[in-house]
Design a binder for this molecule. Structure first.
Ligand code: SF4
Ligand code: SF4
Length: 441
């Protein structure tokens, strides 16, 4: 694509980066076919190619964002299916991140939208605030129907619908410390405790630590780590996202200096995509560029890390039929497609892949709160495809997808690590019935 940026505009490294990306796009439109918002809404401006044109026009003309561009960029899930499809290697992720930061700086959203986003950014990345908000959600639940009738309050209704009725206790395993590996030492890793996942399902990381230590891997929970910053990053709140990235880079650099790390293990693929991008996000910060690149190189999804270990034979072979839902951040963001399915199959599960596996389930960080209608359409389409597999359980590697799919599916939705842990001798995952998980030992 031809671009017309002035030399002065290109002196801004963010604009220069976006210009390089824009020049790679050849307008072929292949990406439209796999874009969930284009598939759902049928509007070219809600396709990757349409959004690329809008972003180009805004940046080239040095214009502040307007209502039209904000509408279409807000509808983008950042699922990155377009990047998997694009034959020209267009880095849509970095382009839309830049557009979102530009929107945040130049556009004044309506009051309620601003308020909702501020509350989300203030609450979700902080486990104690999120926990308190979930407790309060019980008070608002009787008013969901009322909120749903008022367009401006639909995000509040969506939040209340997604809030679980009971909240698990705080996990002692999430506290800073070292969990020693058993037997012959196979490695040493840090684990991201994260934010929302640690409140909604702390058993995911507890299970991960238990399985890794049984396999001989020492697991460090570093002091000072926190939210990866993805949530605010996707809202265009760059400074907040970079502050989260710097804090985590510092925490993991200390862990590296204190005993080395083979990997930084992440159990939520949405966080993994962002942490693997820290090197890019902090490339212009001389104090952090090198450290951030090192952290990104060490970041691994738990299935990616397990696939590289010399695993023993599983203790149980369940033969249960599992529908594997590949989160967008797993398959498009991190290009991890093979490992989770192979690990499940090796552990004795019969793995089935739902149709339209490339399409997002509509979770996408806070998208299911900010765009509840499109999100619900995508969720229902996803659940229909999953249920058509005839599976007894759904496995996936991202807490957002677990919450989203479980809000509409009849079958249990669990993190992949819980099924693997069960096969390797751990307890049966909570919420899964005894009859489903009968091992053929
Ligand atoms: S990130 Fe997803 S929703 Fe956004 S343009 Fe690409 S395919 Fe469409
Ligand atoms: S597939 Fe790639 S090159 Fe083709 S229109 Fe989409 S982004 Fe541009």
């Amino acid at each position: 694509m031809q671009t017309n940026f002035s030399a002065a505009q290109l002196a801004d490294p963010h604009v220069a980066e976006s210009e390089k990306i824009l020049r790679k796009c050849v307008h072929c439109g292949f990406c439209t076919a796999t874009c969930p918002t284009y598939v759902t809404l049928g509007n070219e401006l809600d396709s990757p190619r349409g959004r690329i044109y809008l972003i180009k026009d805004m940046l080239e003309n040095g214009r502040p964002a307007d209502k039209e561009i904000v509408t279409h960029i807000d509808r983008c899930l950042s699922c990155l299916a377009c990047m998997t499809t694009c034959p020209s290697g267009v880095n849509y992720m970095h382009l839309v991140d830049h557009a979102r930061a530009h929107i945040q700086k130049t556009y004044k959203r309506p009051l309620l939208d601003r308020l909702t986003r501020t509350v989300l950014a203030f609450v979700l990345p902080y486990p104690s605030r999120f926990r308190a908000a979930l407790k309060l959600a019980g008070l608002g639940r009787p008013f969901i129907g009322l909120f749903e009738k008022l367009p401006a309050l639909k995000p509040v209704a969506a939040m209340l619908r997604l809030a679980p009725s009971s909240i698990p206790a705080v996990s002692a395993m999430a506290l800073p410390g070292v969990h020693a590996g058993q037997g012959t030492r196979k490695g040493r890793v840090a684990i991201l405790t994260g934010c929302a996942q640690s409140v909604l399902d702390p058993a995911i990381n507890e299970t991960t630590i238990s399985l890794l230590t049984r396999l001989g891997v020492e697991v460090v929970v570093p002091e000072g780590e926190g939210c990866c910053g993805a949530l605010v990053h996707h809202m265009g709140r760059e400074e907040a996202a970079l502050a989260s990235a710097r804090r985590n880079v510092d925490a993991w650099t200390r862990a590296i200096d204190q005993g080395g790390l083979d990997a930084i293990v992440i159990t939520a693929s949405g966080c993994g995509t962002t942490i693997k991008d820290y090197g890019f996000m902090l490339r212009l910060d001389p104090a952090y560029a090198e450290k951030a690149a090192r952290v990104s190189a060490l970041a691994k999804d738990i299935t990616e890390y397990l696939a590289g270990l010399d695993l023993p034979e599983p203790l149980r072979k369940p033969g249960t039929v599992v529908a594997y839902h590949s989160a967008c951040s797993m398959q498009h963001g991190q290009k991890i497609t093979r490992q989770p399915k192979e690990l499940l199959a090796r552990a004795g599960f019969v793995v089935r892949e739902p149709r339209e596996g490339h399409l997002c389930c509509g979770s996408a960080g806070s998208y299911n709160i900010l765009q509840p209608e499109i999100s619900a359409k995508l969720r229902d389409r996803k659940v229909k495809n999953i249920e058509a597999t005839g599976a007894e359980i759904v496995a996936t590697g991202n807490i957002g997808c677990i919450t989203q799919i479980a809000s509409a599916a009849k079958l249990p939705v669990v993190h992949t690590i819980k099924l693997l842990d069960w096969a390797y001798g751990g307890p049966k995952p909570e919420g899964v019935s005894d009859s489903t998980m009968v091992a053929a030992e």
